[in-house]
Write a protein that binds this ligand. Sequence first.
Ligand code: DX5
Ligand code: ZN
Length: 229
Amino acid sequence: MAKQSPIIAPSILSADFARLGDEASQVLSAGGDWLHLDVMDHQFVPNMTVGPLVCQALRNYGINAPIDVHLMVAQAEPLIEDFAKAGATRISFHPESVKHLDRSINRVKELGCQVGLVLNPATPLTCVSEVLAELDMLLLMSVNPGFGGQAFIAYVMDKIRRARQMIDACGNADLRLQVDGGVKVNNIAQIAAAGADTFVVGSEIFNAENYADIIDQLRCAIAASVNNG
Ligand code: DX5
Ligand code: ZN
C-alpha cells in the first residue's frame, strides 16, 4: 500500500482539443490535481499529439496546476529542454528514448523539473533499478502507449506490486508510483491496493458528463481501498 497522498492526473489526451484551455481549467476545478500532457511523435508511438507550444499556451491561459508531461517520443533529449522552458512541472520519459539515462535524469533536475521514468507493460522493472532512488516518479504503463481508451493490461497489476516493494526498499520516501492506461472507477481501488499513489485517468473522466462527479467517484474508490488495506 502506498504511503503518499493520492494524486489524480487527468490526461487531456481525451479532452476536446478545440477548447483545451477551458477543458483544462474545468477538470482542475472539478478536483483534478495535475494535468497529464501526453506528447507523441508518430515515431515512438503511432499517434501524434502536441509539443511544448501547447504546454506554454496552457500556462499563458492561466493554468497554475502542475503540468505532468509524458514524453512518448523517439528522441527525448531536445524536448526535455523545450518542455522545461514551456512550463512543465514534471517530465517523464521512456528509457529507450535517451542515450544516457543518468545524464538525462540529471538534465531534467538541472532544469528545475521533477523527473519520472516510464516503463511500457513488457519492459522489466530491472531496467530502472540502478537509478530508482534518483527519481521523483516511476510511471508504469498499463496499456501500450499511443492512444486513450484502451483496456488495462491485467498482468501489470503484479508489476505494480513488485514496483511498490522496490520503491519501499530503495529509501526514497518521496518517490511516486504512477499508473497510466485503462484506469477506471471499477479498477482504481485494486490499482491503489497494489501500491500506486498517482493515477492518470483520461477517457474515464473526459467521457463523463460531470467531471467533478467522476473524480469524486475515483477518489472514493481509492479511499475505500486504503481503508480496507
Ligand atoms: C496513453 C497515454 C495515456 C492515455 C490514458 O498512451 O499515455 O495517458 O491518455 O488514457 P485512458 O485513461 O483513456 O486509458
Ligand atoms: Zn500518459
